[in-house]
Design a protein around this ligand. Sequence first.
Ligand SMILES: Cc1cc2nc3c(=O)[nH]c(=O)nc-3n(C[C@H](O)[C@H](O)[C@H](O)COP(=O)(O)OP(=O)(O)OC[C@H]3O[C@@H](n4cnc5c(N)ncnc54)[C@H](O)[C@@H]3O)c2cc1C
Length: 414
Amino acid sequence: MPLPLRAFAASGAEASAEIPVIRRQGGEGFVSRKDCDDLRASLRGALLLSSDPGYDNARHLWNGAFDRHPAMIAKCAGAADVIQAVNFARAHDLLVAVRGGGHSFSGQSACDKGLMIDLSLMHSVHVDLVLRRARVEPGAMLGEFDREAQSFGLVTTAGAVSHTGVAGLTLGGGFGRLARRFGLACDNLRAADVVTADGRLVETSANENPDLLWGLRGGGGNFGIVTSFEYGLHPAGPIMYGGDLLFAASDARAILTQFAGFAAEAPDEMYVAGGMWTDEKLGPIVGFNICYCGRPEDGERAIAPLRTFRKPVRDRLGPTPYVRMQTDFDATYPWGWGYYERSGFIKKLTPEVRAARSRARSRRRRPSGTAIPCSRCSSRRTGTTRATAALATRACSGHARSGLHCRSSPTASM
Ligand SMILES: Cc1cc2nc3c(=O)[nH]c(=O)nc-3n(C[C@H](O)[C@H](O)[C@H](O)COP(=O)(O)OP(=O)(O)OC[C@H]3O[C@@H](n4cnc5c(N)ncnc54)[C@H](O)[C@@H]3O)c2cc1C
């Protein structure tokens, strides 16, 4: 559909009086530059339009497969800014995306031609030692939260990659290395402050708006914009027993059979993430990433049976700082690559599942997670099976989509 003349004017001339936008229900429209200037003046943070320095950096998400261009980005410095942004969006009937840590697999935290409410400036973590609680702002990364709490010997469940945002993770549930012992991240959410769609700041806790708190615990970003999370903390760490244990994939069937028995009996302190992949040096492997969150000496004993499954090709288990373990997968999922993933749930590692897993493995022509260089620069993307082959002939998302640049050095925004 041809764009109205005004839109051409807006995209061509920086000083155009009107900015093209997408409405909440998908229709097209315009917002005046004067209204944007008024919003900018009302914020303690910043308002970025496409011509502003920092706009490109702010719109990028962890998943480089999504290359969206919001009409404007409100970089909020506090709850008052969030209220201003929400009221502006409502007054102009704008499409809105809310960005916490920017780690959404499906690119939900940016939108084309809407208002992106970016919370990344709000990332403070405050630990209350007496109450064993932490107040965390929604732009904080898991690594920031873990590090602050662990420096006082306290912790709560977070995810397994330290550059994931606390906000989306908690609102979606939040499973991680400590979940079997301490519950999901959302189970540990005691209170939250929320800006609702009508621009009110609402407190939630067991006593204040408990229904809303219930909804936030796993209901995603559907109930408003959380401007502060309060978590219960537990004494654990800072040293835990764990690390990587890898076996040759040729033994996969036997190892997965033994693992199914081990997992069924494992204590709540034990976290084991298993997978099959191709290691650049060791070739095809079946491997486990392990964390025992009780006493390290108990962990060594509890993990001992895993070590006897077969002779490991790599054994990097030992007493390790928990905050270090929490970065074990960071480099596997760098910021800015284009990711595509499919998944499903199984209730049990049955013989049929184990056999299917091994068959799928042997049919795979390329190793999973292979980094493929961009055809136009040195940046590398990851891909699996057929997707990898297709990627190898194409430029990276930076070159292919925006024609601007490749994000060749992945940055963890922490
Ligand atoms: C590499 C990687 C590893 C992961 N590992 C784990 C893991 O171990 N365990 C686990 O449970 N999950 C894991 N996840 C999933 C992750 O928890 C979700 O993708 C989560 O949504 C990311 O949160 P975010 O704040 O970084 O994302 P964002 O992209 O900023 O937000 C995700 C969603 O939450 C909404 N949202 C964000 N902030 C707010 C807010 N303050 N108020 C209301 N809505 C908001 C956004 O609008 C968006 O819809 C992982 C994801 C990745 C990419």
